[in-house]
Design a protein around this ligand. Structure first.
Ligand SMILES: Cc1cc2nc3c(=O)[nH]c(=O)nc-3n(C[C@H](O)[C@H](O)[C@H](O)COP(=O)(O)OP(=O)(O)OC[C@H]3O[C@@H](n4cnc5c(N)ncnc54)[C@H](O)[C@@H]3O)c2cc1C
Length: 456
């Protein structure tokens, strides 16, 4: 009955597990658990590094609540697509392609469930693009009494329904179990991916221009080296994307081919392949060799360009396990934060064999979004799961916090509700939680730590 997160950071033994076949059974299970005084949590793919999905009560898997329920076409060629909350992003991408549709933005991987991804504020990159929760238009939420409430972003701000929508679309499952999610998606499109290796100073000094010049921007830095790999994605002209959409079967086929055949260098060589795994094993046995290994990794980086369907370009595979902390920062703080991080690594000689990743997002208005109210840069630090990480992450966190950083809800951090109150409307969140879940059925230790106690 044990549950362990992908990164091996947390495990738990719930009182029982359940895998409802449909929404009606989900409602029965939740109502029964609440009547017995048990707490309830859903787990998606277990890809959070925090204990967000851990419970001592009933742990639900919504793997059977998967797939597309309905598609409502919009005038701009996009659509409102309602999917089961347990749908994995890789299944969603495949199904959307059949309809000639695609997600506007995605994170680095596609293993997560839709509900898990939105509930922790999962984001991709792009100065004009928001995280996945900004693509949510409506939700169905199962409450502690087993009833289902439908909430939508179309309800007027300040109404009870709209407030519930805000905490349900990004709120760590703290107001109920999501059973269905309506996403706004766009016509499927091609992206041109360009990988370029450049001197650290040039990239770090020019991040603002880089972010603004490209549809999506990602950058990787191997600590101890003086080069960065930038990875930019831009929309391919409309004609080519229209030809690509022309045949639904063709589209689905292209997506499958694209996913296998057109992988980027970042994906194949830097993050996913066996070579990185082998490097990590050497690093674990001989930490002092890490700077040399990083220089070796950085030296094989090279410029590369390719065009592929959007999801094949955006998504990478992560077969080498790691642990991660990521903070959202005001964009203006990025340069100094990276400089301080590099200085700390230089002065301590800490063996860090995994690259630091830099991304960005547009300001949004989602209550608990890490990009709420400000254009943001993200800095993520990683360490191989078998190597010590605490000193590194503690030092990075101090730098991030001093710069006004906000931690990713699904990645390691030590912040509490008291620390986070300056960034989020936590009193409003507590009010909504108290109304939606007066007996605390949808709490756990993590939710209590980062969102505080619900209050009327
Ligand atoms: C290899 C890797 C790569 C990653 N890349 C990125 C990235 O590029 N960008 C990024 O922002 N993040 C990234 N993450 C973090 C990841 O996207 C989030 O932690 C996400 O929450 C994981 O989704 P999941 O389905 O595994 O959710 P889980 O970890 O299983 O659950 C997350 C939270 O959602 C809640 N939840 C799940 N289902 C429901 C439901 N039906 N109703 C209510 N609540 C629910 C859980 O209770 C929990 O609180 C990555 C993580 C890993 C391990």
């Amino acid at each position: 009955m044990n549950f362990t997160t992908w990164g091996g950071t947390h495990s738990a033994a719930p009182a029982r597990r359940a895998e409802p076949a449909d929404e009606a059974e989900l409602c029965e299970i939740v109502a029964r658990a609440a009547a017995e005084g048990l707490r309830v949590r859903a787990v998606g793919a277990g890809h959070s590094f925090t204990d967000a999905a851990v419970t001592d009560g009933v742990l639900l898997s919504l793997d059977h609540l998967s797939g597309i329920e309905s598609v409502e076409r919009l005038d701009d060629g996009g659509a409102l697509v309602t999917v089961g909350a347990g749908t994995r992003l890789h299944d969603l991408n495949r199904l959307l392609a059949i309809w000639g549709l695609a997600m506007r933005n995605l994170g680095d991987i596609d293993r997560q469930s839709v509900a898990g991804a939105i509930s922790t504020g999962t984001h991709g990159t792009g100065a004009r693009l928001g995280g996945l929760a900004t693509q949510v238009r409506a939700l169905r939420v199962v409450r502690a009494d087993g009833s289902v409430v439908a909430v939508s972003g179309a309800e007027a701000p300040g109404t009870a329904g709209r407030d519930l929508f805000e905490v349900a679309r990004l709120g760590l499952g703290s107001v109920g179990i999501l059973s269905a999610v309506t996403l706004e998606v766009v016509p499927s499109y091609l992206l041109r991916s360009v990988e370029t290796v450049r001197p650290w100073d040039e990239v770090v000094d020019g991040f603002d221009e880089l972010f603004d010049a490209h549809h999506r921007t990602d950058a990787y830095w191997f600590p101890g080296t003086d080069r960065m790999l930038t990875w930019t994605h831009d929309l391919v002209d409309d004609d080519a994307s229209a030809r690509y959409r022309a045949s639904r079967r063709g589209v689905a086929g292209l997506v499958r081919r694209g996913a296998g055949a057109a992988r980027s260098f970042v994906d194949e060589e830097v993050l996913a392949n066996g070579a990185l795994g082998a490097v990590m094993q050497v690093a674990t046995r001989a930490p002092r060799a890490v700077p040399r290994l990083n220089r070796l990794c950085a030296s094989v980086l090279s410029d590369r360009t390719h065009v592929a369907p959007s999801d094949a370009v955006m998504v990478t595979r992560r077969r080498v396990r790691f642990v991660e902390m990521e903070y959202a920062l005001p964009r203006a703080a990025l340069r100094d934060v990276l400089g301080e991080l590099a200085a700390w690594l230089r002065s301590t000689g800490e063996p860090v064999a995994f690259p630091v990743e830099v991304r960005c997002a547009a300001a949004d208005d989602v209550w608990l979004s890490t990009a709420r109210g400000r254009d943001s840069a993200y800095v993520a630090v990683h360490q191989y799961h078998r190597m010590p990480y605490r000193d590194y992450f503690d030092a990075a966190e101090q730098i991030f916090v001093a710069a006004g950083g906000r931690p990713h809800w699904g990645k390691l951090h030590s912040r509490t509700a008291a620390d986070l109150a300056e960034h989020y409307p936590l009193q409003d969140v507590a009010r909504v939680r108290a109304a939606a879940d007066p007996t605390g059925v949808f709490t756990n230790d993590y939710v209590d730590r980062v969102l505080g106690t619900p209050q009327a």
